[in-house]
Write a protein that binds this ligand. Sequence first.
Ligand code: NDP
Length: 486
Amino acid sequence: MTSTLDTTRPEVTLRIGAEKRRAGSGGTFQHIDPCTGAPDAELPLAGPAEVDDAVKTAHDAFKSWRRTNPTERRRVLMRLADLIEQHTDEFIRYGTFDNGTPVGLVGGLVAMSVEWTRYYAGWADKITSEVSGTFGTTGEFSYTLSQPYGVIGVIITWNGPLISLAMKVPAALAAGNTVVVKPSELTPFSAMLFADLAAEAGIPDGVINIVPGSGEAGAALVAHPLVKKVTFTGGPDTARKILAACAEHIKPSVMELGGKSGNIIFADADLDLACSVGTLMSVGMMSGQGCALPTRMIVARPIYDEVLSRVSAIAPVIKVGDPFEPDTIGGPLVNEAALARVLGMIQRAHTDGARLVTGGQRLGGDLANGYFLQPTVFADVDPYCELAQKEVFGPVLAITPFDTEEQAIEIANCTPYGLSGYVFTNDLKRAHRVAEQMETGEVLINGAAPLTVHRPFGGFGISGMGKEGGREGLTEFLRTKSVSIG
Ligand code: NDP
């Protein structure tokens, strides 16, 4: 690994109001560097007691934050965006320490996080309501108020520690809420710098509280009576537990869950574009550990062999390894358990009759102690086998042929997920026709970029409910009250 690198990890503490606590009742967690398999930090974990303190602190802070002039909320959130931008290099280092994501990609995610923060800062003083006019014999006058909920419980996963914060916290704050965030203990470092910069930006103590912790801390946060809404990014299994707890407390939630996104490549597509985007985004960037990646390639029969030959030429030359080298595209999987899970799925894909085109092995040599996997491509994948139906969250692409447009749409829609859909075609009418029929929260045509802040993002089916991004991402954090004067 690169030798001149500053390897100092930031100290991880629980951030409750102005306090930085070095211990929590959840015990400690040994963070493992996924590139080497060696421990690199020990962090304190919040338990239910610290979650309770954090929620009460956020509840107290809400009283004044909700009354803060919206232009002031905009100003401090804009300042936070500027500070994130100014600390790009530090965020890149910490993001790579968090989970081994290569620096090139983390840099892009930091830039995206700046945009998400700026965008929602801009909304802070543009929240308006409706007047429904005067009517009836008494001349009743009615209007609505868009009001914050109070304390929002924010639970995020490990694959994009900064962007996950930026997709939730600025919108919640712009709307006048305060937050208690539980990041994954697997990726605690980026959240520390985010908290420091929020304070430097002038966001008052207690408005953002961060409690790294395990699932137990997450469960305590969801169940806390002062938490008025939950926003969650993670997998469907945890989502079911959170939804059950929310049902118990009749609490609303936003669920950003996994995906198994189909990428339909029609015979008239630009194959240079379709094959490079389709391969890099499925088995290259994030090593497949992204919710919205195009992990199923659904290819028109006349170009099937051509696409297979292009994909099998691109995948093996994707550079996997030291995430601090600027040309590395694929880093390690997040931990040993993830590696074992993905290798198990590869094994079962063979058994299910899929044909391995390239990859399939853990990397050895200098990388043998880390959790690195070759970019892996299977062809002739039965659309109903495990590999095509279950999220892998690793660098494994499943390719399946189709004969008709109708069949392509059927295959794309045949999983219980519905996060993103991808289409490559040069036929504009077909692009719109297919987009309309895909049962996904978004459709990206001919390489359109994912996670653009002005568009609502969020899935259908077991990919979740609710939106992040755009005006809808803001309104998730507002509730409507009607006022009527007789
Ligand atoms: P998990 O669902 O296992 O965990 C997500 C978060 O929930 C973690 O912080 C976890 O804590 C916490 N948690 C665990 N149990 C509970 C509980 N009972 N109550 C409250 N919180 C709890 O997801 P993974 O970490 O495995 O992440 C991978 C999943 O996330 C994939 O399915 C992926 O697709 C999805 N994802 C979705 C995105 C989207 O925007 N749609 C974006 C990124 C990922 P701990 O880590 O301590 O267990």
